[in-house]
Design a protein. Structure first.
Length: 359
């Protein structure tokens, strides 16, 4: 399956194809303006797929080298970017050469950031291997690294030349990362499509079922398609793209207060989505019953639904400092019902009341 992200000169294809990793070289070759490719991955992903992709590049006659970095969010750093720049310089990588990001969202964001900045920008290609990366982070061109002061504080909107998704990579993912990715799939259904939401309700998308051969193709395709449409309409997040933040303002608040060592991102977003749906019902802007459906699906996926009340005050405060807050107001993404969402401006002083209604 192919999806074309139409962004004028920056347009690119998302190819979703089972077992396509071993043919990665064939997909990437047409985009090469030079002859050098630097494949960057992390140690976990390298163990399973590094050499498979490297060999497929080499078999195409491409001068390819591989760089393997430590896994984990701490690699989205200035120091790691510096190591990559050094590696590129040492290997004589020039303006026409290309970087390949093989891995989860950390690798995609970090390699994309380096591609956007090295020599004022060189081409890059995404091969996402985690569920979150396949349905979210590899599409849309947001690339970034973290600073000691906060996450994703330095970055760019920089589109890849293409995205290649092979769902078979999901079978080697740790379960907690699979469940984390599912939170984003639920989010797409909640904000954009009742039909897709029901599909997730009916089917069993657990890592065990995927390992038993259940296909994730429809989930990946639908999610990429939702994101594609939003990115085409609003590449630089001036409007509609903000809908993708559903559950994220509260979710980020929880992650931040817990110092990013408590709930995972997907868990925090699951709680955040439930909170907003319940608060919406209490405020009369969300159809009654929405919260129950959402909570049930979030729980079925293996994600928590209970807001950590002990840190409520701090979370409310953190929500007010959200990156997307402007002046005295904050933009919250609300559901009118499952599959339909809208942006609601809320005064910061009302956040406590909103959270109280949601827990
Ligand atoms: N750019 C965007 O639009 C965007 C959107 C959402 C999230 N993000 C970013 O994405 C990052 C999170 O992404 P993530 O959840 O993929 O984290 P990650 O990249 O850390 O991957 C999760 C873990 O799974 C491992 N892994 C990845 N694929 C694997 C595979 N197929 N088999 C075995 N192990 C595998 C990784 O080594 C890592 O340990 C965050 O930094 C977040 O800020 C970016
Ligand atoms: Zn998210």
């Amino acid at each position: 399956m192919i999806l074309d992200v139409a962004l004028g000169e920056k347009s690119y294809d998302i190819v979703i194809e089972k077992d396509s990793l071993k043919k990665a070289g064939k997909f990437i070759h047409p985009f090469l303006r030079g002859n050098k490719v630097v494949l960057i991955t992390d140690r976990n992903v390298d163990k399973y797929y590094g050499n498979l992709v490297l060999h497929s590049l080499v078999n195409e006659g491409i001068d390819a080298v591989k760089m393997v970095i430590e896994p984990g969010e701490s690699s989205k750093s200035i120091d790691k970017a510096m190591e990559i720049y050094k590696f590129l310089l040492d290997n004589g990588v020039g303006r026409k050469d290309l970087l390949v990001a093989l891995g989860g969202g950390v690798i995609g964001d970090l390699v994309g950031y380096c591609a956007a900045t090295y020599l004022r920008g060189i081409d890059f290609f995404q091969i996402p291997t985690s569920l979150l990366a396949q349905i979210d982070s590899s599409i849309g061109g947001k690339v970034a690294i973290d600073l000691p002061y906060g996450k994703n504080l330095v970055g760019a909107f920089y589109q890849p030349k293409g995205v290649l998704i092979d769902e078979t990579t999901l079978t080697t993912l740790e379960e907690k990362f699979f469940i984390d990715g599912m939170a984003e799939a639920i989010k797409y259904g909640a904000i954009f499509s009742e039909e897709f939401f029901s599909y997730l309700e009916i089917e069993d998308f657990s890592l065990a079922s995927i390992k038993n051969g259940k296909s994730m193709e429809k989930v990946i395709y639908e999610c990429c398609n939702f994101k594609r449409q939003v990115v085409e309409e609003d590449e630089f997040e001036n409007g509609r793209r903000a809908l993708l933040n559903f559950g994220h303002t509260a979710g980020h608040g929880i992650e931040k207060v817990e110092g990013f060592v408590g709930h995972s991102h997907g868990e925090a977003v699951g709680i955040g989505m439930c909170l907003i749906a319940k608060a919406g019902e209490s405020l009369g802007v969300t159809k009654i019953g929405t919260y129950e459906r959402l909570k049930k699906l979030v729980a079925k996926t293996g994600l928590p639904v209970q807001f950590p009340v002990k840190i409520k005050g701090e979370v409310v405060k953190a929500m007010g400092y959200d990156k997307k807050a402007q002046g005295g107001g904050i933009k919250l993404i609300m559901l009118s019902e499952i599959g339909k969402s809208f942006i609601m401006e809320e005064k910061k002083e009302n956040l406590k009341n909103l959270v109280d209604r949601g827990i």
